[in-house]
Design a protein around this ligand. Structure first.
Ligand code: S3P
Length: 429
């Protein structure tokens, strides 16, 4: 693999661009937005709640917002497609926004737990008018106009739970506090500040944080330049490591410490990843990553690292398959409730590719083939974009190409994936 490219805009930040645009009074200018299906669903939901959203060119958008507390009641069900982030963050917006909205999505989203969001929102005064089995979508949520200020300790490390509570707290007359035992991605806090809200962040315990938002701020539109998504960069990065002779540069990758656990882990495995031209872009540190094919060794990945690489375990498992020795990835329980049961989907894909592995409790253990992986056959993707892209990457380094049963979901987060990989040297059939 040879060449250079810039991955699309960060998915987490792109969802939040539309959401903060809706909640600010005035016009928010966005550049570098990820134009993937997930983000477009969030944009549609923001439109249904009153935002005027326009596209001006590739990645360039404006959002004219209505302000916190002035949402329009949506006329149709808000359809989030495959997007858990969109659905969950918007539940926070609606829950504290005094309107009633129905939330739904595709077969994957309908399987994902929503009680983790609805529980704190009910404590704040929102009402769940109806829900699917086990608190899943479709959900009808009646928001409150006066959210009770609460202190909420998240039961699992989840930026989505944290964000939903903070977004609901925007309309609260008092302070809303979220305590997380393991720090998760901090884009919501950063954007709240960027739009003028008063947010304080204190350390909590060894790895956690206590985040407090003062309610009822006037959110002021502020331009946002979306940096390139480290979770999308991950695929070419791992592909370059496992394909002999590769030397690529991935440009403008966001290096937020709460997002780059994969890079830390791969470097521990012996990966040659150089960060060049480190600089600030849109309030985040970004760098160009030069990645060269490397002999990797198995490592033990601690559970505490999971929040900073939660979406990268499927592609890390691919890197581990090519390493020498054993890689143990600890504490992956949250992988069971992503776009698919990723622990099961990765294990099945590894089995298909002839990689020895085991799921031991919440740990995934991969025995590397020291550069050799058989590959071949067809992997079931279960409506999961990251399973699809990870196993296509495995095929690039394997003896036989890997097939996937369905490429459609790749468009949720990385519409240009195939073109990008082809330009670097991959062949799709
Ligand atoms: C996200 C948070 C993570 C991540 C998801 C995006 C976000 O989910 O898996 O892809 O933008 O806040 P959890 O916070 O539920 O782990």
């Amino acid at each position: 693999m040879r060449g250079r490219f810039r991955p699309p805009g960060d998915k987490s930040i792109s969802h939040r661009c539309f959401i903060f645009g809706l909640l600010a009074v005035g016009t928010t200018h966005i550049t570098g937005l990820l134009e993937g299906e997930d983000v477009m669903h969030t944009g549609e939901a923001c439109r249904a709640l009153g935002a005027r959203i326009e596209r001006h060119g590739a990645g360039e958008w404006t959002v004219a917002g209505v302000g916190v507390g002035s949402l329009l009641p949506p006329r149709q069900t808000l359809d989030f497609g495959n997007a858990g982030t969109g659905a969950r963050l918007m539940m926070g917006v609606v829950g504290g926004g005094g309107v009633t909205a129905a939330f739904d999505g595709d077969a994957s989203l309908r399987k994902r737990p929503m009680r983790r969001i609805l529980d704190p929102l009910e404590r704040m005064g929102a009402q769940v008018l109806s829900q699917g089995e086990g608190g899943r979508c479709p959900v009808v949520l009646k928001g409150t106009t006066d959210p009770v200020p609460i202190e909420y300790r998240t039961p699992v490390a989840s930026a989505q739970i944290k964000s939903a509570v903070l977004l609901a707290g925007l309309n609260s007359p008092g302070d809303t506090t979220v305590v997380e035992v393991e720090a998760t991605r901090d884009h919501t806090e950063a954007m709240l500040r960027h739009f003028g809200a008063d947010v304080t962040v204190e350390p909590f315990g060894a790895h956690g944080r206590r985040i407090t938002l003062r309610g009822r701020p006037e959110l002021r539109p502020s331009p946002i330049a979306v940096p390139a998504d480290p979770s999308s960069a991950a695929f070419a990065l791992v592909a370059a490591l496992i394909v002999p002779g590769s030397d690529i540069v991935i440009e403008g990758v966001m290096m937020n410490p709460l997002r780059i656990g994969l890079i830390t882990t791969l470097r521990e495995m012996g990966a040659s990843i150089e960060a060049l031209g480190t600089r600030l872009e849109g309030g985040e540190t970004v760098a160009d990553l030069r990645v060269r094919a490397s002999d990797l060794s198995g490592v033990d990945v601690p559970e505490a690292r999971a929040p900073s690489m939660i979406d990268e375990y499927p592609v890390l498992a691919v890197a581990a398959a090519f390493a020498t020795g054993t890689t143990r990835m600890r504490g992956l329980h949250e992988l069971r409730v992503k776009e698919s049961d990723r622990l099961a989907a990765v294990a099945a894909g590894l089995a298909q590719a002839g990689v020895s592995h085991a799921v031991e409790g919440d740990d995934l253990v991969v025995e590397g083939g020291a550069g050799f992986v058989r590959g071949g056959g067809l992997v079931e993707t279960h409506l999961d974009h990251r399973i699809a892209m990870s196993f296509l990457c495995l095929g690039l380094g394997a003896d036989q190409p890997m097939g996937i049963d369905d490429e459609a979901m790749i468009a949720t987060s990385f519409p240009s994936f195939k073109a990008t990989m082809a330009a670097l040297g991959a062949r799709f059939e």
